[in-house]
Structure formats: C-alpha cells, structure tokens
Design a protein around this ligand. Structure first.
Ligand code: ADP
Ligand code: MG
Length: 510
C-alpha cells in the first residue's frame, strides 16, 4: 500500500491534473455511515472469501463497484456493493429479480449479449449494516466517456450505427422477451465490453506497478469531496443535468490535435459550460456520479491509479475509481489503432437500479431529464416506449456530442414547459394524449391544446438541425431523420418499437 507521503515526491509531471479528475469525481465520504456505503480496502474478501477486492471501478448514488478476483472461477468480476439502508436494499433486491429475469428469459435471443448480466448476488454485513452485493462481468468505460474522448464533436457515424444496433437489440430483448422497461437509458448507463478482459487486466496490473503516478493528497481528503462539482443525476426525482462532467483541468488532458483555434475555443467553452451546469446540481437528492473519464491518451494514467489505495495515516479515505479503456489492449497506443479498435466495439446496457416490470400501470416520473419522454413529463401512463424516446435522444447525442433536448427554466416558465416546447418545436405535433392524457397536462396546456406559459415557438425540422447545425449532408440528414423521427413520435402509442426500428436502412447501411 502506498502512503500519501511516498507518492507526493514526484513533482515533474502534470499527473496532478489528471488525478484531479478522480478527486472531484468520487463518492461522498459522508455517505460512509450507518445505512450508507460499505468501507472497502484493497484485499478485502467477500462471500466466504470467494471474492478478493483488487481496485475500485466506479460508484453510483446507490453503490460502489469494485474489481474483484473470483477465487472460484479464477476470473475477475465487477462487485457492486449497495448501501445498507432498507430502501436501498429493497430496490437492490428488485434489481436482482429483474436481472435474473434478464439472464434466463432467453439467452438465445440476439439481444441477450447486449445486457450486462448478473453473475452472483449475496449479503455482506459490515460496520454500516447489511449490504446486497452483486457481481457482474467486468466492463469498461461508458458511452459518455466515449463522447468525451471525441471531444464532444460526435462519435464517427459507423461506430454509432454499430452501437445503436446493439442497444436496440438489447432493448427489444428487454421489452419483448423480459417484459422490462429500463427507464434510465443514457450514455452513462451503456458500458463498453472489453474483449479478452483477463489478458487486459493482467497487462494493466503489471503496467500500473511499473508506472505508479504521484499521489495527490487532495485526491482523498474529505474537504475535497465537499466541493465536488461533477454530480450526475441518476434519474427520477431530479431535473438536473446528468452528464458526467470533466472538471476544467481536464482541458489540459484533452487531445486537441487537428483542431482549429476556433474549435479549441469552442471545446473549452463547452467543457466550462458543462462544468458550470453541473456545479449547480451538487446538493440535489437522488444525484449520483459514475466512473471517471479520461481523454484519449490519458487512459494509461488513470489505469496507473489503479493500485493506489487508502492512506492509513488519516483514517478512512476514498479509493479513486478508474475506468477500463478497451482500446488499449487492441492498439499499440497510436490514435489510428484506437479508431480501428472501435470497428469492433461491443456495448452492454447496464444499471437496472430503476428498471420496472412492463405490466405495471405507471405514471411516476422516470428517466434523466434530457432523455425524458413527453408522456412522463405530463404524468401520463408510460410503457416500454419511454425507452425508445431516450434511445433517439442518445443516438443524436452520440452523433453530435450535444443534447437533443436541454430544457431550461425561465422567469415565466419552468423546465417542463421548456422541455415540452422544445419537443413541439421539433416534432410539430401536440396530440391529445399529451394535452389531456396526463395528470399534469392541464398545468402545461390550455383547453385549445396550446402551451400556457410559452407562446412563441421556433419550429425547426430535425433534418435541418442535422444539416444546418451539424453539417450532415442533405441525403444523410434525411435518412437519419427518418430513422430518429418514429422514435420521437410524441404520441407514445404510435411510437415505433425497438423491433420495428431495427429494420431501418440507416442502421443497416455502412
Ligand atoms: P448505481 O446503481 O449505484 O448507480 P451502477 O450500476 O450504475 O450503480 O454502477 C456504478 C458505476 O460502477 C458505473 O457508473 C460504472 O462506472 C461502474 N460499473 C458498474 N458496473 C460495472 C461493470 N460491470 N464493470 C465495470 N464497471 C462497472
Ligand atoms: Mg447507476
């Protein structure tokens, strides 16, 4: 175990910038209390010594997630340890039930492989209470981290087509075979699968032992966590932006080669804006953060953090998360190789912490704001089609690096008003299901079906947005728009299903 003093000696590199990505983006130390997170040290053992903790992978509002060695199979697993309070354990037990259904409903279905599968679950008792623990196959970074790798300029279209096909197959499996709605589909909740993960883990474990970066004291001090500014919203209760946001210091680690001065300026502004947005969100309940991110080239450094662990001198301290970067095993470090690795990318839908059975009559608020469907906003009954709406929002974001809908409150209207206005501006239809069908419809719409609080709408067409703002060539913009629009059908009953949209030529054309 490295002590703080040992690690701060090395002053020559700019690792501290990278380290600060981690320091600002870890779970709240205050949540290590009765009913909260279970304190974990590297080497801790779980489930009758079957699992031995190797390092931290990530964390969420409900849990911390650890890389662990499974001594029974001699493979690694991702060990999710849920907070101990009864409402967390209850929803974790629901999550287990849903994941068990996903696992056994039909492994032959083409979509099965695109869902993060539960391997094992058990109880663990510690100083903060009794925790539900789950193990999963070890996966890598999230699609949000990928969006950042491409500097918010959009992920190349062939990669997005490949990813979209896989997620839609996963959704089709969830909806039709399992009868499950995910309810929180967003880039952060889709993780990249790592081929030959055991080989890869071997490699980075060796590397990190040889290239241990200097330890930044700030990384683990409680005061630092109090100022953390990169919260992301899990879903439901809050409206806050949910993007996993890099601190400004990430600018120095972003690869800007090949960018014009203007593009660099724009990127800088964008990153700062995203950070500023996130700053206002730190105190909202229901928030969560997830694993840390890194730009191309910074991944080795974050992996190097892997074996840093608790400093014993100061009592309990937080171990930094570190993502697993799947491109590094497939490339020798050049960016061209990195891009080639993406040709074979496979992703999996993760985080079933908010998922629901399809047979319920639900109207409660679900989904993270930017991916929230109109029927949910107005408090109408929602179904699996809510996931399809989120899917369209996510595909747009993967392609452009920007949110499709990013509502703001004004002096005379709230975020929901603005959200509905943005939807109507783009889709130009206001079905009765929206104006009359929801518990809150009358708060947003008058009897004529017009928005009460926003009168001036600026209509725009999706194909024009794609063409004018994102320079998508006209024919491609038309095709893409014809793919996304049926998923953005405002009337949820008429919205296309995952199964149907899988036939669309946009997905199937190279
Ligand atoms: P929560 O329900 O607390 O939000 P998640 O299931 O979202 O927990 O997991 C929290 C974080 O842990 C994720 O954002 C991700 O960074 C990491 N993580 C989760 N599952 C895996 C996995 N199978 N492999 C690698 N990392 C994972
Ligand atoms: Mg989560």
């Amino acid at each position: 175990m490295k002590s703080t003093a040992e690690c701060t000696d090395d002053s020559e590199s700019n690792y501290s910038d990278v380290v600060s990505i981690h320091s600002d983006d870890e779970e709240d130390l205050e949540d290590y209390r009765k009913g909260g997170y279970h304190p974990v040290c590297i080497g801790d053992r779980f489930n009758h010594d079957r699992y031995i903790v190797v390092r931290k992978l990530g964390w969420g509002h409900f849990s911390t997630v650890w890389l662990a060695q499974d001594t029974k199979t001699h493979q690694h697993v991702a060990l999710k340890i849920v907070k101990a309070a009864s409402h967390f354990t209850q929803s974790a037990l629901d999550e287990v039930k849903l994941l068990e259904k996903v696992n056994r409903a039909n492994p032959e279905n083409a979509g099965w492989q695109y869902i993060a599968q539960l391997l094992d679950h058990f109880w663990h008792t510690g100083p903060n209470g009794k925790h539900v623990c789950m193990t999963f196959e070890v996966l890598g970074e999230s699609l949000l981290s990928l969006i950042k790798r491409f500097n918010y300029r959009g992920i190349p279209t062939p990669i997005v087509k490949r990813i979209s096909r896989q997620i839609l197959l996963g959704l089709d499996y969830l909806h039709r075979e399992c009868g499950i709605v995910h309810t929180d589909l967003k880039p952060e909740n889709v993780l990249v699968w790592i081929p030959n993960v055991e080989e890869y883990l071997q490699k980075i474990t060796n590397d990190s032992l040889h290239h241990m970066p200097p330890f930044n004291e700030n990384m683990t001090t409680p005061s630092n966590h109090a100022t953390a500014t990169t919260e992301t919203t899990e879903s439901n209760e809050t409206d806050e932006p949910v993007t996993e946001v890099p601190p400004v210091s990430v600018l120095s680690t972003v690869d800007t080669t090949g960018m014009t001065k203007n593009q660099k300026k724009k990127l800088k502004k964008k990153l700062k804006k995203k950070q500023a947005e996130a700053t206002g969100t730190t105190t909202t309940s229901g928030n969560k953060k997830s694993s840390t991110s890194t730009a191309i080239g910074a991944s080795d450094i974050s992996n190097g953090l892997a074996n840093l662990s608790l400093s014993e001198s100061d009592g309990f301290k937080i171990i930094p998360s570190s993502i697993l970067d799947f491109t590094s095993i497939l490339s020798d470090g050049s960016k061209d190789d990195d891009l080639k690795a993406f040709d074979k990318i496979t992703v999996k839908i993760a985080d079933f912490g908010n998922a629901c059975w399809l047979d319920g009559d639900y109207t409660h608020i679900i989904q993270t704001r930017q991916y929230r469907s109109p029927e949910v906003i107005v408090g109408a009954k929602w179904t699996d089609r809510a996931d399809i709406w989120s899917m369209a929002c996510m595909v747009f974001e993967l392609l452009t690096g920007e949110f499709l809908f990013d509502p703001r409150a004004g002096s005379k209207y709230n975020k929901d008003d603005d959200h509905l206005a943005q939807v109507i501006e783009l889709m130009r239809v206001v079905p009765r299901s929206l104006t009359m069908g929801g518990e809150y419809s009358s708060e947003f719409f008058n009897r004529n079906g017009e928005l009460r609080h926003i009168k001036k709408l600026r209509y725009r067409r999706l194909r024009d947005v794609l063409h004018d703002s994102f320079l998508v060539p006209p024919a491609e913009a038309d095709l893409l728009s014809s793919f996304l629009s049926p998923m953005l059908e405002v009337d949820a009953d008429k919205r296309i299903t995952a199964h149907e949209v899988l036939n669309h030529p946009w997905l199937n054309e190279e």
